[in-house]
Design a binder for this molecule. Structure first.
Ligand SMILES: [Zn+2]
Length: 401
């Protein structure tokens, strides 16, 4: 046990059956999850009245609450009364009128509300409003396609955060909704930015990126989030670029692994402390899983499994139960490896982390700054619990497609 995490005293997997004969989550577990989701949703609604209305980000603001409700709608809504879908829209309509035009990313900028609202309006049959949101979203591409040196490339505030919004629209509305030239322009700008810094620094890694002059590595601010998102672009046009530049970059990153199996948060960091989605193995696992799908090399699958071991040992964080740097986000490590391998050990581990989240607030963890939000707080935990009802489809919110 350290000052960062609690000791994991759960017994490890010993052949427990979590699925029924139809391959669905077993009835008793489903009921338990359902009642926890209801209980925690109630807590969320009670607290939401006192949150900051000017924060509209997916990361900590109202669009994050909207994204949770879109997720609940996909799981629970019936066509005759899409109540979660309507609630989702109610959380995003205010932001749409008050966008600040400061950042263009999915998680922290205008692209999140615009992309999500487009999908929600489409679902509810308001095609004109959907088109309006899409036009506003696409009009921001010039902000990220220029080679502006000040503009970062990372996921939270940079170019891949905008690229992800385009891919999110494609995923939910169809490829024909996004002009491939937009994707191409952003993709190429990111590659060119990475090549330039790598050459300038004579880096062994063919693509290098920095945020605030520091070469971060994790999913939120670093190379892992960038390479992961680039691999999500499935168009065969990019196959060679991925193989010639992204793959060797990932191979280079693999050499930075700590003895413990965890990975550093930035280049040169030797303090093996952070086991979060934003910094460390719980973010890297998504890059490895995607690399396995994209390139088919089994070493990436093994690397993903390795992340599953570190997170099992060190993933019960004192920082809380959230998605970005909390237990729910860490549990997606197991769900990702489970989806990749079908190995129930990982589903079991995810379920144990869910049980930890059932005792939300009782372990003496730090209270996050935005305790109800999707990425720091309760909304993210609920998102994760709902994903466990259909673990074969579970996806880390606003990151996996
Ligand atoms: Zn974090």
């Amino acid at each position: 046990m350290s000052d960062r995490e609690f000791a994991n005293t759960f017994p490890d997997y010993a052949g427990e059956k979590l699925l029924n004969a139809q391959g669905k989550i077993a009835d008793d577990l489903r009921k338990q999850l359902q009642s926890e989701i209801d209980r925690q949703l109630q807590r969320l609604y009670e607290g939401l009245a006192s949150t900051d209305p000017s924060d509209y980000s997916i990361y900590t603001g109202s669009t994050g609450i909207a994204l949770l409700h879109f997720h609940l709608s996909n799981i629970f809504d019936h066509d005759e009364n899409p109540r979660y879908l309507k609630r989702a829209l109610s959380y995003v309509e205010h932001p749409l009128r008050h966008l600040k035009r400061k950042k263009a990313t999915f998680l922290c900028g205008d692209a999140g509300p615009l992309a999500l609202a487009a999908v929600l309006y489409h679902r509810i049959g308001h095609q004109d409003k959907c088109e309006d949101c899409l036009n506003r979203l696409f009009s921001r591409h010039k902000d990220v396609s220029s080679d502006h040196v000040d503009l970062p490339d990372e996921f939270l505030f940079g170019r891949v955060g905008y690229l992800f919004a385009l891919l999110f629209v494609q995923r939910h509305l169809g490829k024909e909704y996004v002009n491939p030239d937009l994707i191409s322009e952003v993709f190429r700008t990111i590659i060119s930015s990475g090549k330039k810094l790598a050459q300038r620094e004579r880096s062994e890694c063919p693509l290098m990126y920095a945020w605030h002059d520091k070469e971060y590595l994790g999913a939120a601010h670093g190379l892992v989030g960038i390479f992961y998102t680039l691999m999500l672009v499935e168009d065969p046009v990019y196959k060679n670029v991925l193989r010639e530049l992204v793959k060797p970059s990932i191979d280079w990153l693999m050499t930075l692994r700590y003895q413990s199996g965890n990975y550093p948060s930035s280049i040169g960091s030797t303090t093996d402390k952070l086991v979060h989605w934003c910094h460390g193995a719980p973010g890297w696992v998504h890059m490895f899983a995607q690399a396995y799908k994209t390139f088919g090399d089994v070493k990436y699958l093994e690397a993903a499994r390795g992340c599953g071991e570190v997170v099992w040992r060190r993933g019960l964080l004192r920082k809380g139960y959230g998605i970005c740097h909390g237990v729910a986000g860490n549990a997606y490590t197991f769900l990702t490896v489970y989806r990749l391998t079908g190995d129930e050990k990982y589903l079991y581990r995810a379920y144990k982390f869910a049980e930890w989240c059932f005792d939300y607030g009782k372990h003496g963890c730090r209270t996050p700054d935005r305790p109800l939000s999707l990425f720091e707080g309760l909304a993210g935990t609920i998102y994760f619990l709902a994903d466990l009802l259909h673990p074969a489809d579970a996806k880390f919110p606003a990151f996996q497609l």
